[in-house]
Design a binder for this molecule. Structure first.
Ligand code: GLN
Length: 491
């Protein structure tokens, strides 16, 4: 097997035993990107000299006898909304096309400290708004399993890069499903931690009460290792939790026997694709075989989740995106006639259509006279949704469901119908509204050969329990070992 095809866990061992160098792994990954990314479109930026220099530095630190953490010397991909000092960070928007951050996001700084290697910045939906990566201002991301299909979104570049072995693991962000849904569509593991588990400092904000940084990896063990690198309190993010970070790898060991798993009735409605339903049903049987107890539960306010999300998320987005006014940073039109004209033209040309739609929806929901009817009401329903989960978790340790109602859809299929696109996030959005941790794990394939994802949801800060169950499921199956065939060097 080529080096680029290995997991983080495997490469970490090989590095520790001196069987391979970070420079060798990094070269292998960079060659893979050069060979296949024309077909996939996962990267917006690859800085080969910088990556190789980081790899050399990692090798030097190891040779110096330093005790390095798991990500040391490992080439990772970063979703292009994570601020990287001195490296362009576009959010896949014309607005930030030439924006070079003056500082690192906390997760990036921690990984630098750990001697990780950054292969490059990954494609996404503009400002993380979307479910298919078709909203990138620069290019599409294609699904490595079928290049006529979407990779999912908004972390489509992160999921596709991991699935196509164009990085060993990646970071993404999840506001309403943006890690889990593309992970499911591309057949990789996607972990969205509890709100507050990972610092958001330096993550370009979309909806601040929902955004959370997480991992896209080739295995559950890799998710645990990478989460361990980025989790923990950060004084620069007042919403980050001041709680100790467990050893996630050790937490995965105990058996899942006697674990109580709830199946939310509302997540198995008639709209779920038959192949998704079958694959998830089989996964439930695997858990039964592992000794878990399965029981049906109800999350009665599920049907209001998408509407609630599109009020809360757009309201927060309209306020977060007010900063892109052409004055302080980012794009500014060259041909303005005065200040107001400059604002107007800069925002008209700098933002794409979906971002504008969200800003308008959010501005409307917050406007005088409508605030109580929309924004306040949405906050009240958000509380009810959170309480649904609290009820369910008084009876069980985990919840299990599909990630997305369907496997990856065709490119172009939903672009003309925003509501259909929004509704495809029905099974992931409630988790963000409640701030819970959840993971997407490969659990089968559709008849067309597209990957299907299983979602496990846990109590706040119970990532250890989540990873433990996901790991045992993964070991009992071999879905995560399947790889797409990508023709190298042709379009
Ligand atoms: N698809 C959802 C949206 O467009 C979620 C996006 C996300 O999680 N960043 O808002």
């Amino acid at each position: 097997m080529e080096l680029y095809a290995h997991t983080l866990s495997a490469l970490r061992q090989q590095l520790e035993q001196g069987e391979v160098t970070s420079v060798e792994i990094t070269r292998s990954v960079l060659e893979r990107i050069a060979a296949v990314d024309d077909r996939i479109g996962a990267y917006l930026l690859v800085d080969e000299p910088a990556a190789l220099a980081q790899a050399e530095a990692a090798d030097a630190r190891r040779a110096g006898g330093e005790n390095l953490s798991p990500a040391a010397g490992i080439p990772l991909g970063l979703k292009d909304l994570l601020s990287t000092k001195g490296m362009i960070t576009t959010c896949a928007s014309r607005m930030l096309e030439n924006y070079v951050p003056a500082y690192d996001a906390t997760v990036v700084a921690r990984l630098r400290q750990a001697a990780a290697v950054f292969a490059g910045k990954l494609n996404m939906d503009e400002f993380a708004m979307g479910s298919s990566n078709e909203n990138s201002a620069f290019k599409l991301v294609r699904n490595p399993w079928d290049t006529e299909c979407v990779a999912g979104g908004s972390s489509g570049g992160s999921a596709a890069a991991v699935a196509a072995d164009e990085c060993i693991a990646a970071l993404g962000s999840d506001t309403g499903g943006s890690i889990r849904q593309p992970a499911a569509f591309c057949g990789v593991v996607g972990l969205k931690p509890t709100y507050g588990r990972v610092s958001r400092y330096g993550l370009v904000a979309f909806a601040s009460s929902l955004d959370q940084i997480g991992t896209l990896t080739k295995s559950v063990a890799d998710a645990g290792l990478l989460l361990g690198e980025i989790a923990g309190h950060d004084p620069r993010d007042s919403t980050s939790a001041n709680l100790p970070v467990p050893d996630y790898l050790a937490a995965m060991e105990p058996e899942v026997k006697d674990l109580k798993i709830g199946i939310p009735r509302e997540y198995f409605s008639a709209d779920i694709h038959a192949d998704v339903r079958d694959a998830v049903q089989q996964a439930i049987e695997v858990f039964t075989g592992l000794g878990a107890e399965i029981e049906e539960v109800s999350l009665p306010h599920t049907e209001y989740a998408v509407a609630t999300y599109y009020l809360v998320a757009t309201a927060e987005a309209s306020s977060n995106l007010a900063r892109y006014d052409g004055v302080k940073y980012g794009y500014r039109v060259p041909d303005a006639d005065g200040l107001i004209d400059m604002y107007r033209k800069t925002r008209a040309r700098g933002f794409g259509p979906e971002v504008k739609r969200r800003i308008m929806l959010g501005t409307y929901a917050l406007s005088a006279g409508y605030y109580d009817a929309y924004y306040k009401k949405a906050q009240q329903v958000r509380t009810l949704i959170r309480q649904d989960f609290e009820q369910a978790f008084s009876r069980c340790d985990l919840l299990l469901s599909p990630v997305s109602p369907t496997p990856a859809f065709k490119i172009g299929e939903k672009v003309a119908d925003p509501l259909a696109m929004y509704l495809s996030d029905i099974l992931t959005i409630p988790v963000n509204l409640a701030g819970l941790p959840a993971i997407s794990v490969p659990c089968g394939f559709s008849r067309e050969g597209l990957p299907i994802g299983l979602q496990l949801i846990a109590r706040p800060f119970a990532e250890d329990c989540l990873l433990q169950a996901a790991r045992h499921y993964e070991q009992a199956t071999d879905w995560h070992l399947k790889k797409p065939e990508i023709a190298e060097g042709e379009k």
